[in-house]
Design a binder for this molecule. Structure first.
Ligand code: ZN
Length: 305
């Protein structure tokens, strides 16, 4: 099951409880469906969830269902939900305030969508027939696609009023509204009643973020280990040089102790080396002594090339 299908299944779980919201949901489906004219209504969808939901919704809203629903021949095939009966068509047109005799360019009739609950139901319907959302493992993208340019513009405004600022684009003759920000998509899915999918998106994002943090930490740790190994190597070379020249005893007592510990623990970090002192000293103290040792070695090198 794709993520889109999961979201649609969640939206389809229940019919809207009030008549106004049933009407609004049908409206969204029709304006984001394939054909909506006074002669034909056709909604094409591959979604199995819509197969039983849409006829129930239409029956609840208008008192009748579709004239025909085509058979699905393959798993991913799409079904056509069709109404051609003139009586049904004019009843639907009139419900949305269109004149069935001469239907102009389709607009969103805001008179049908006065309340926020109806607007949300409209968006649910629009998403069911014209929407899709990318699986969060693959990225963040939610879109609404319709043939009707004015409908897209007006839906854009409607979304804006609800606090969702969609981006607009057109693909061939299709008008798109889309979102790319995961947090906005999460909020929109929640608004559309797909709270579980919204949580899925959130947890996929957290998982991804955690993996990135772990990877960053591993890389960072590796770089730090290399740095401290290189430093320890340089310190050991310096101490051995001093030893060769039998000059170790010439070092101050504190530096001598640090040199001895470094020789005994060649791969420890300075922090651990600091703890190994008796009594333990601070890391900066160890660093200070190691710098003195390095300087003494450098002086010896200069003396005797
Ligand atoms: Zn309503």
């Amino acid at each position: 099951m794709t993520f889109s299908a999961k979201v649609k299944a969640e939206i389809c779980r229940d019919l809207p409880s009030s008549r106004c919201c049933c009407t609004a949901m049908c409206y969204g489906m029709l304006l984001y469906g394939s054909v909506f004219t006074p002669r034909e209504i056709r909604i094409i969808s591959a979604s199995d969830e819509l197969f039983s939901f849409m006829p129930r919704l239409f029956r609840r809203t208008f008192g009748f269902g579709f004239d025909s629903i085509s058979e699905k021949r393959t798993e991913n095939a799409r079904r056509s939900f069709v109404i051609r009966d003139p009586g049904k068509l004019s009843a639907i047109c009139e419900r949305f305030g269109y004149d069935p005799e001469r239907m102009p360019v389709l607009h969103v009739n805001l008179g049908v969508l006065e309340e926020d609950h109806c607007r949300i139901s409209f968006l649910k319907g629009a998403f069911l027939t014209g929407g899709s959302v990318t699986s969060p493992e693959r990225g963040y993208h939610l879109e609404l696609a319709t043939d009707h340019a004015s409908v897209s513009r007006e839906t854009h405004a409607l979304l804006g009023e609800l606090g969702f600022d969609a981006r607009e684009a057109s693909r061939k003759n299709i008008n798109l509204l889309y979102f790319k920000q995961s947090a906005v998509i999460e909020d929109l899915l929640t608004l559309l009643g797909a709270g579980v999918s919204s949580m899925d998106l959130m947890s996929a994002k957290i998982e991804k973020g955690m993996m990135n943090t772990v990877n960053r930490k591993v890389n960072c740790d590796a770089a730090n280990v290399k740095k401290s190994v290189d430093a320890a190597q340089a310190q050991l070379r310096a101490i051995r040089l001093i030893q060769e020249k039998s000059e170790l005893t010439a070092l101050p007592e504190k530096e001598r102790e640090t040199a001895r510990l470094r020789l005994e623990h060649p791969s420890e970090t300075t922090a651990e080396l600091a703890r190994l002192h008796d009594p333990p000293v601070s890391k900066s103290c160890v660093n200070h002594r190691l710098r003195n040792i390095m300087a003494a070695a450098a002086a010896l090198e200069d003396q005797d090339p």
